[in-house]
Design a protein around this ligand. Structure first.
Ligand code: GDP
Length: 313
């Protein structure tokens, strides 16, 4: 991912090499190239505008002196502005003063939530935490089983509703309409947290249901779970492969569940990736983690500075 963006930006900077001083037209040409490279990589338009504006201001005012030549100076500016767009400083889970810390996962179906639950659980365990996963995705019967498999692979216990209770009844949502579900995800989430308290797990990861597209029932259900369990973190998991739709999806989830952080999944794919990179800037929420494969170890803390360096490498 990002190779095309990376190549384009590198080519742009090459044009500046050897210049002793940057003229206004040098800066304009560079900004134009950067703008096209970002747009072609699917970075959202408002983000591109904000970015190029900031780079232009700083590049025009840049002192052509000191240790850096003009080309290096522009690279430095672009790097710093990229870090800013990607959320600035690295930020991960903020733990609750009184455990358990409750982390809710939200996102579209197929985004990678269930897989992430295992990865995050494993990462937390490595740091000495004692996480438990809660199966509150009750839309698809398979989802509970899938989380159990993920938990087993990661060596993390899973709280799931009793199979006897999974009878295929229609749960009645707060608005009165039936939601096709085989249990009450709010009740299961609450019970999972209770179980965590009893068994002294210090972190609870609640996996919730997704749909293929944003819909009202899904969002209401996620909002109901959020209201009922007051999570310390709500992580919005977004598939970096969905391209342009990433920004609108993120905004819909921000309105619905007011997430506290973003997880970019499928960063191992070959999509252009720019839309996913826009999510932090558009929502003002940090990208905390990246998922880079199907395995439980394919997971890393997202560092805006390292990602920027990777893109500009
Ligand atoms: P959920 O519906 O949001 O719970 O999504 P899942 O966790 O079930 O993931 C959907 C599919 O994407 C599964 O086949 C996962 O193995 C796959 N997947 C999840 N994360 C990644 C990732 O980072 N990279 C790749 N290549 N596949 C992933």
């Amino acid at each position: 991912m990002f190779t095309s963006l990376s190549d384009r930006l590198t080519a742009t900077f090459k044009n500046l090499r050897g210049k002793g001083r940057l003229s206004e037209s040098d800066v304009n040409a560079t900004i134009r190239d950067i703008r096209l490279a970002l747009l072609d990589a699917d970075v959202s338009l408002p983000v591109v505008k904000k970015f190029t504006h900031a780079v232009r201001e700083r590049a025009m005012g840049a002192e052509v002196s000191g240790a850096l030549n003009p080309a290096q100076q522009v690279v430095k500016i672009v790097n710093e502005e990229l870090v800013d767009i990607l959320g600035g400083a690295t930020r991960t889970i903020v733990f609750a003063k009184n455990p358990p810390t409750v982390i809710m996962l939200a996102g579209l179906q197929g985004a990678g939530k269930t897989t992430l639950a295992g990865k995050l659980g494993r990462w937390l365990k490595e740091q000495g935490h004692t996480p438990i996963l809660v199966a509150a995705d009750l839309q698809r019967p398979n989802a509970v089983t899938q989380l159990e498999v993920v938990g087993e692979r990661a060596g993390i216990p899973v709280y799931a509703p009793e199979r006897g209770n999974i009878g295929g009844h229609d749960a009645v949502g707060p608005t009165g309409e039936g939601t096709k579900s085989f249990g009450d995800p709010v009740a299961v989430s609450r019970a999972g947290i209770e179980q965590a308290r009893r068994a002294q797990h210090d972190v609870v990861i609640v996996d919730t249901a997704g749909r293929l597209a944003v819909d009202e029932n899904l969002m209401q259900q996620a909002a109901d779970i959020r209201a009922a369990i007051s999570p310390d973190e709500v992580l919005f998991v977004i598939d970096a492969m969905i391209g342009q739709a990433a920004v609108d999806t993120a905004l819909a989830f921000q309105e619905g569940v007011d997430f506290t952080g973003v997880v970019l999944s499928k960063l191992d794919g070959d999509a252009r990736g720019g839309a996913a990179l826009s999510v932090a800037s558009v929502t003002g929420r940090p990208i905390m983690f990246a998922s880079t494969g199907e395995g439980v170890k394919d997971f890393e803390v997202f560092h805006p500075d390292r990602m920027a360096s990777r893109i500009l490498d």
